[in-house]
Every structure is written in structure tokens, then in C-alpha cells.
Design a protein around this ligand. Structure first.
Ligand SMILES: Cc1cc2nc3c(=O)[nH]c(=O)nc-3n(C[C@H](O)[C@H](O)[C@H](O)COP(=O)(O)O)c2cc1C
Length: 205
């Protein structure tokens, strides 16, 4: 686990039950340091994704990575993002497009989304351990990504991930800086955990 004292901004989860630091320290900043991510670290976070569980060990996840050092690749990924994400994500030294192979068993197509989410869960957690931050984005044009990146039928682009070292919020425009500094919040356990049957409340306080 990295030295949290050196981070420009921490927003640890305000937990009601104890959890691992790697989970509580993860959050989704928009400010990135102007510093490349070492290849070994990039491969480690992808290796963490590799070891996720999946239905029948089918491992449906794919990742298209682009680093700022390869400006054309990076710009091609940036060009698929919605404008409000481009504003800040274009400064991330690494962009990762998450793509799921759709399982071909009828009715099971969506299980590959579940499995790919598991892999991304590993990826973002490993990033925390390496002192890196991630910000996932659904705000991108999947059809454009499919076209400009040559993604074949049977594969679904699901999300873009901005990855890098954390930056200071001062680099952001006012509205984004405000969101960067805003507290993180979650629904209480009672709202999404039931005991025994649907809507039977669990008292986890
Ligand atoms: C699938 C997914 C899509 C998201 N899409 C966007 C997005 O397009 N733009 C954005 O700024 N944040 C996006 N986020 C980030 C969420 O807003 C963020 O994870 C959430 O507010 C919780 O904050 P935290 O990650 O700091 O705990 C997305 C997150 C996920 C998991």
C-alpha cells in the first residue's frame, strides 16, 4: 500500500464497517499529474485484471490501452469520449478501453459484462496499491470506438478508464474542482441488502 501522506488529495470512504484500505482509498479523481505511468506498473494492473474470476473461466475481457507517449493512439481514444469527459480525461497519461466478448450461449450474453466488471474491479484496486488513480467513464461513443479502433461484432465496448498519478485539484476548472473536493457518499447497507427475501431489511448498523 502506498504512503497516503504523499497524495495531493485523499477521499477515503466514510465506512460504517471496517474494510481494506485498498478499497476505502480508491476514488475517481479528475486531476492527473503530468507524469507517465511506468510500463511495469501498467502491466501489473492488467495482470490483476487477468486473474479475475469468470463464468467457466471464459475471461471475456479485452483492454485497448493508449499512453500519451503514443499521441496518435491516445488521441484516437480521447476522440471517442463525450465532451464533458474530454475536458479532464485528455490529460490522463493512460487511457484504457474496456471491451467485453459477448458469450454466445443464448441468455448468457450479459454474464460477460459481469465478468468484465470483476476484472475491472481487480484493475482499479491494484492501481491503488501502486499509487495510481483511476476514473472510469461510461460517457463515450461505443459505436465510434468500434469503428475507429476496429472492434469486431460480438464484442461490446463498455467503459473507458483514465489512469495516472494523482494531480492537484488546482489544475481543474472551477466546476470540476468543486466536484473534486466534494465528499464521497454511498447508500446505507439497509437500502440494498435484504436478508432472506426481497425487501426484508437487514439491520447492519
Ligand atoms: C461504469 C461507470 C461509468 C462512469 N461514467 C463516468 C463518466 O462518464 N464521467 C465521469 O466523470 N465519471 C464517471 N464515472 C465515475 C463515477 O461517477 C464515480 O465512480 C462515482 O461517482 C463514485 O465515486 P468514486 O469512484 O470516487 O467513489 C463512472 C463510473 C463507472 C463505474
Amino acid at each position: 500500500m502506498i504512503d497516503t501522506d504523499t497524495l495531493p488529495l485523499r477521499k477515503p470512504a466514510d465506512v460504517s464497517h471496517p474494510i481494506h484500505d485498498l478499497i476505502s482509498e480508491r476514488w475517481s479523481p479528475r486531476a492527473f499529474a503530468d507524469r507517465p505511468v511506468e510500463r511495469e506498473k501498467l502491466y501489473s494492473i492488467l495482470e490483476a485484471a487477468r486473474w479475475a474470476a469468470s463464468a467457466g473461466n471464459q475471461q471475456p475481457w479485452h483492454f485497448i490501452i493508449a499512453t500519451k507517449e503514443n499521441a496518435d493512439d491516445h488521441e484516437r481514444l480521447v476522440a471517442t469520449l463525450w465532451d464533458r469527459n474530454v475536458l479532464w480525461a485528455k490529460y490522463a497519461p493512460v487511457l484504457i478501453l474496456v471491451v467485453a466478448k459477448l458469450y454466445d450461449r443464448p441468455g448468457k450474453e450479459y454474464t460477460s459484462f459481469y465478468d468484465t466488471g470483476m476484472a475491472v474491479g481487480n484493475l482499479v484496486t491494484q492501481a491503488v496499491d501502486l499509487g495510481l488513480v483511476t476514473h472510469q467513464m461510461g460517457g463515450f461513443d461505443a459505436d465510434k470506438a468500434r469503428e475507429t479502433l476496429g472492434i469486431p461484432e460480438g464484442y461490446q465496448p463498455l467503459a473507458m478508464i483514465a489512469l495516472g498519478y494523482p494531480g492537484t485539484p488546482d489544475v481543474l476548472p472551477d466546476d470540476l474542482r468543486e466536484r473534486e473536493l466534494a465528499p464521497r457518499s454511498r447508500k446505507p447497507l439497509e437500502e440494498f441488502v435484504f436478508e432472506g427475501r426481497w425487501e426484508q431489511s437487514v439491520l447492519a448498523r
